[in-house]
Design a protein around this ligand. Structure first.
Ligand SMILES: Cc1cc2nc3c(=O)[nH]c(=O)nc-3n(C[C@H](O)[C@H](O)[C@H](O)COP(=O)(O)OP(=O)(O)OC[C@H]3O[C@@H](n4cnc5c(N)ncnc54)[C@H](O)[C@@H]3O)c2cc1C
Length: 324
């Protein structure tokens, strides 16, 4: 049977978005393979989390054991290795996250699994699993067929898929841990939260993005005024952040953050592929650029070809009026 085993990820008691995002893909792949989706949840006292996942109409296999209170790649690898032998899933999916990047290659080597990392698409054609991944920082999308094998492995890019809404009630099944004893050679020591500035742009619903076209930081109020009216957070291209107009944690793109706002209004940003890679998850993109050939327009839903210094204040005024 072509079952798909999805590894759920959580941190500090919170289910991570990627766990549900993967469920945007897994059911259609499982269906095409003639199997079902099983989500594996390893943790301690994770009952509510298991129910939350099951609410997406999938079967959740839970190892609820204090040994899994914190993430440890060696423990996860031992469990997954044993469960792959027991359940023989056709495909294992996990996030392209710090955890997934740590765990997946080692698991692939141990089990000799065909492995495609950082995928942004997944389908089955004639029984062959095909994954899409980006090459050259997003310039090229390549479809990679997984070599025929009992089990394949992919890691899924974060924020590349919209998390589906809860659907029908699935099932939660507690299973025995294949790991009976703690490991003495690798221990979880402490969790250190990465510093997040005053705003976490990965969570913003509306973003106003600025680029080099803003020219200088004394023009920042042009963007700030628009952001204030539409209750947006500010972010920028690397050029804008390197210039010091915004802090580094506001940079969007391959070497910055991946964002998925409902609305992204960007001004004076050319749309280099490194920037575009970070905004693929944006629902609606409005681009303001005076160059009609700027690559950003290939991504934009709405294009305003004009000088931002002329257009943005007018847009801000109009929006103010409309808001009454
Ligand atoms: C390894 C690597 C990683 C990178 N990572 C990132 C990343 O994470 N994020 C990122 O953004 N970039 C990244 N870059 C840089 C990227 O290649 C571009 O250089 C950068 O995105 C350009 O920023 P920009 O669009 O603001 O500036 P530019 O490319 O200089 O574009 C400015 C735009 O403003 C327009 N403009 C000028 N004046 C006006 C005006 N008055 N009104 C309207 N439009 C105007 C111009 O027509 C132009 O299109 C990376 C590069 C490398 C090599």
């Amino acid at each position: 049977m072509g079952n798909v085993l999805v590894l759920a990820e959580h941190r500090q008691g919170e289910l991570r978005d990627i766990s549900i995002e993967m469920l945007a893909l897994a059911p259609s792949v499982a269906e095409a393979l003639g199997g079902e989706v099983m989500v594996l949840l390893l943790g301690s006292e994770v009952g509510p989390m298991a129910e939350k996942i099951a609410g997406h109409g999938v079967k959740v296999l839970v190892v609820d054991d204090p040994l899994f209170a914190d993430y440890n790649s060696d423990k996860y690898q031992k469990v997954l290795s044993a469960l792959i032998d027991d359940y023989k899933p056709k495909l294992v999916m996990m996030g392209q996250t710090a955890q997934g990047v740590d765990l997946a290659p080692a698991l692939a080597v141990e089990k000799g699994l065909p492995f495609v990392p950082d995928i942004i698409g997944l389908e089955v054609e004639g029984g062959v699993i095909k994954a899409t991944r980006q090459l050259y920082s997003g310039k090229v999308n390549a479809q990679v067929a997984l070599k025929e094998a009992d089990t394949g492995l992919v890691t899924v890019r974060e924020a590349a898929f919209e998390a589906p809404d809860p659907s029908t009630a699935g099932a939660v099944e507690k299973i025995d841990s294949p790991l009976k004893e703690d490991l003495d050679y690798r221990k979880f020591v402490e969790y250190i939260e990465a510093e997040i500035g005053d705003v976490d742009i990965t969570q913003s619903e509306i973003l106003v993005g600025i680029g080099r076209g803003l020219k200088e930081d004394k023009n920042l109020p042009v963007a700030e005024a628009l952001a204030e009216v539409i209750k947006a957070d500010l972010c920028g291209s690397r050029a804008a952040c390197d210039a010091g107009w915004l802090p580094d944690d506001r940079q969007v793109g391959t070497s910055g953050k991946t964002v998925q706002p409902k609305l992204y209004i960007c001004m004076g940003i050319s749309g280099a592929f490194q920037h575009i890679a970070g905004i693929k998850g944006a629902k609606t993109i409005v681009a303001i650029n005076k160059d009609p050939n700027a690559p950003i327009f290939a991504e934009a839903d709405y294009a305003i070809i004009d000088d931002l210094h002329k257009i943005v204040p007018q847009l801000t005024e109009k929006l103010k009026e409309l808001k009454g």
